[in-house]
Structures are given as C-alpha cells and as structure tokens.
Design a protein around this ligand. Structure first.
Ligand SMILES: [Cu+2]
Length: 479
C-alpha cells in the first residue's frame, strides 16, 4: 500500500555499518528450544502477558506488551494430534485474547472476542487445552479490538510462532529460522499515498465505474520496523556456510501492512503457504506476505558474501525491516540486490484441477470503503452493510461453499478464515492450495472454497487491524 512518501520525510536511515553485537537467537525469537514453563504450572507452556522492552537498535528502545518478557514471544512447538495445555497469565490491566491463528480448534478456544471466546481477565489466568493441528507454521497473537488505541491488540508486541510438527518432516535443511516481520510505533496519518505496485498491475476486475471521491480518513502508518526484535544492522547476523540449505518460516506479524521480501542474490523455493505444503513448489526471487500470512521457503546458500534479507522497499528496509545473512569467512559490508520486478501470484503454486468436492453453494461478498474524511476514520462495508451481519452468513455443517470476494476498495486486503482452498485470483484459476489468509488484490477478486466443518461462530475478517476494527469483518454461524 502506501508508506513511501512518509518514509522519505524522516525515519532513521540505516548507517552502512556491518553487523554488531547482541542478541542471541534465543532472545530474538528465532530459537527452536521450547519456551520455559513456570514452576507453579504443570502446563506444557506458560505465556505471561506483561509490559516488555524491545531494543530494536540503540536508537529504538520500545515499550509494549509482549509474551514472556519478549516480542515476539517464544516459538511454541507442538505435535499434531497430541493434546497440549497452555496457561496464559495476564499481568496487564486490560482483558486480553490469545488467538491461535491457523489452528483448527473449537470457537471457545479460538481467542476471538466476536466469537465469544472468554478473555483472559486483567491480572487473571486462563488455561487453554486443545489438540494442535493441522501441521505447519501457525502463530498466536492478541485478537483484542484496538479501534483508536494504537497500544492495543495487534499493534502491541503480542505475537509469536507456533510450529505444529506433523512427525514426517524429512529435515532436508541445515538450519531452520523463524522470521517475523514487524512494524512498530504506529501513528495515525491522513497523508498516505497509495503506491504499492504489488497488486496494482492486476486486471482491476472490481474497480467501480464511479469511484467514491470523498476525502480519505486517517490511516495507520509506521516508520520503525524489525525482523523479530531487531532492526536491520542491529543484532547478530544469520550465519551460514556455502552449500547449506536454510528452511525459513516467514510470518508477516504486522497489524498494518502487506510486505514483499527478498534475500539478495538468493532465489527462494516456496514450499508452504500459511503452513500448508503447496502442490507445486516454485522458486521465486521475492515473496509477498499479507498481514497474517506465513510462507515457508528453502534457500540454497550458494552465493558467498554478506547479504541483506529484507523488504524490497528501500525506505522500509533501511528503517529496519531486514537482517544480515553472513557466509563464514566473509566480512565486508552487507549488500542489497534488488530482485527482478514480479507480481505475486498464488496460483503458480497450485495444480490445474482440484481433488476436492465441488461447492454446493456460493457466498458473494462485496467489500467497500466509506472514506471518513479529514481527521476521522474510514469504515468498511460487506455487501453494503456494517458489521455484525446478524444471520447473514449462516452455514450448514458439512456443506462445501464457494466464497467470492469482490474488493471494490483501493487497498489489498488480507482476509482470514479458518482454512480454505484457493480457487481463483483475479480470474486466474488454481487448485490444491490450502490457506487461512488470502490477499484480495486492489480492486480485484479472490475466490476460495471451504467446507463448513468448524461448528460455532467463525470470524471472517481483514487482518489489517484498523480495517477489521472499522467493519471489514463478518460472523459466520451455523444453522
Ligand atoms: Cu484490510
């Protein structure tokens, strides 16, 4: 989407320093060791929600709310199908919700206010017991509403990876890394300019003939970024040796923005989208992650040097969204190499025909934005109506649905529901790609199929916090 103009105005420009000091992988959330449990608990994991300090670099020491003294929180490893207990202790003054994103678990455990999941009370605790699944890269994060409070919900440091082990990982890699993309210190601004080319070169199938030209409202921006808890140029590099294979789990944990990422001089083989193996892994020069999305890639380390992995947007990268990858024996300045320009296309990772049952019913959704005007917030409508869409989207257990999402707004929205199969993006068909979040392109269209097999309430929503808070969501319920 937007940011670039703002970033030109200010923000720190990364000094061309090499890499220095600090954080151990264990501190930066890249660790694979289990999170500590507290002695007073017999849970598998304990998550403590409390104020934390995050040192992105010497110039940016932030205070926010995080898990277990850090942001991101620990990587929680679970075994698919093996019941697990997680105690969540809330040491803050406000109720909190922990959402298990991508996990297929009952609504009361899903951690979403709108679904009626019980909050973790202020200075209270809540025990989560569930059977993790499906296998793959999942994550946990606050699902509290933030509205006009940029110190709540997904704007805070309450996020972390969950990796659900399927037990059949052939382990064909030398290093496994968990990298979460983040922006910090959000602010409201009315002067964004839309220049994200990632979804602008599509066919604009849903662009209305008559655009609403009312003045735009306030949006959320940021000029401070990191991967895990470190800005580019701070923290330890990822150290590699020639000939190694890296498995990198990427997560876009931003509450604000979709992102394109590359590793200079190194193509990446996309193995899984949102934690689910894709039918046709492909090698690409850059990847694009909507807020909430995960991508697993394998990278062959066959280009010795010292390289920058990070945002393809220069200002964003130089304001922190990157890290250094250093080959053994190489000590020069980290280099950035722009990847060739390309559009992100989910469909290339799929197959021609689906083995899933044909949909029995179609749900049509039209997204529109009502510009808020100067100093006010925009709002979003689904099918011309505001949230909550009482009894509008009622599912029958076991039925296969086709969901047609028509984006008549000037933003690319990462829409999230439990699990669906991508059918078509801007008219291009595919099959076999299972995801829980799909970016519906700028004035574009995305079609997905899903089976109604998660009884109870399900919240369908945009993963950009402000869009969700101001209407881009709907409750699905069952008959
Ligand atoms: Cu959105």
């Amino acid at each position: 989407m937007k940011r670039r103009d703002l970033l030109k105005l200010g923000g720190m420009v990364l000094a061309q320093t090499g890499v220095a000091r600090l954080p151990l992988l264990a501190q930066s959330g890249m660790t694979m060791s289990p999170a500590p449990t507290t002695p007073d608990s017999n849970a598998d994991y304990t998550l403590r929600i409390a104020p934390v300090t995050v040192e992105l670099d010497r110039a940016h020491i932030l205070s926010t709310i995080g898990y277990n003294g850090n942001a991101p929180g620990p990587v929680l490893r679970m075994r698919e199908g093996k019941p697990i207990t997680v105690d969540v202790i809330n040491e803050t003054d406000t109720p909190e919700l922990v959402h298990w994103h991508g996990m297929l678990i009952p609504a009361e455990l899903d951690g979403t206010e709108e679904e009626g999941s019980p909050p973790v009370p202020p200075h209270g605790r809540h025990r989560f017991q569930f059977t993790p699944g499906p296998a793959g890269s999942r994550w946990y994060h606050s699902h509290a509403m933030a509205m006009d409070d940029l110190h709540k919900g997904a704007y805070t440091g309450q996020f972390g990876f969950v990796y659900v082990d399927g037990g059949n990982d052939p382990g064909q890699y030398d290093q496994e890394l968990f990298l979460a993309l983040r922006d910090w210190e959000p602010f409201f601004t009315g002067t964004m300019e839309d220049d994200d080319d990632d979804s602008h070169d599509g066919p604009l199938l849903e662009k209305p003939a008559l655009l609403n030209t009312a003045p735009n409202g306030l949006e959320v921006g940021s000029m401070t970024y990191s991967i895990n808890d470190k800005a580019l140029g701070s923290g330890e590099p990822i150290r590699v040796r020639e000939g190694q294979r890296l498995l990198i789990h990427f997560l876009n944990a931003s509450a604000i923005e979709n992102r394109r990422i590359a590793l200079s001089g190194h193509p990446m083989k996309v193995m899984a989208l949102d934690g689910n193996l894709v039918p046709a892994p492909q090698t690409v020069d850059s990847i694009f992650l909507g807020a909430g999305e995960r991508i697993d890639v394998v990278v062959e380390m066959n280009h010795p040097g010292v390289w920058i992995l990070g945002s393809t947007e220069k200002t964003v990268r130089e304001s922190g969204l990157g890290c250094v990858v250093e080959y053994a024996g190489q000590h020069h300045q980290p280099q950035w190499v722009d990847p060739p320009k390309a559009s992100w296309d989910y469909t290339i990772f799929g197959t021609a025909s689906s083995s899933s049952p044909a949909p029995q019913q179609t749900i049509e959704m039209i997204f529109e934005k009502i510009p808020g005007g100067a100093g006010k917030f925009n709002s979003w409508l689904v099918n011309g109506k505001p949230y909550p869409h009482e009894r509008e989207f009622v599912l029958r257990q076991g039925t296969r649905y086709r969901l047609v999402m028509r984006n008549r707004t000037d933003d690319a929205h990462p829409l999230h529901l439990h699990l669906w199969e991508v059918v078509e993006i801007n008219g291009k068909k595919t099959a076999g790609i299972l995801k829980d979040t799909v970016v519906v392109p700028y004035y574009g269209r995305a079609i997905v199929d899903f089976t109604a097999d998660q009884p109870g309430l399900s919240l369908f929503h945009c993963h950009i916090q402000q869009h969700m808070d101001y209407g881009l969501k709907a409750l699905f319920r069952y008959t």
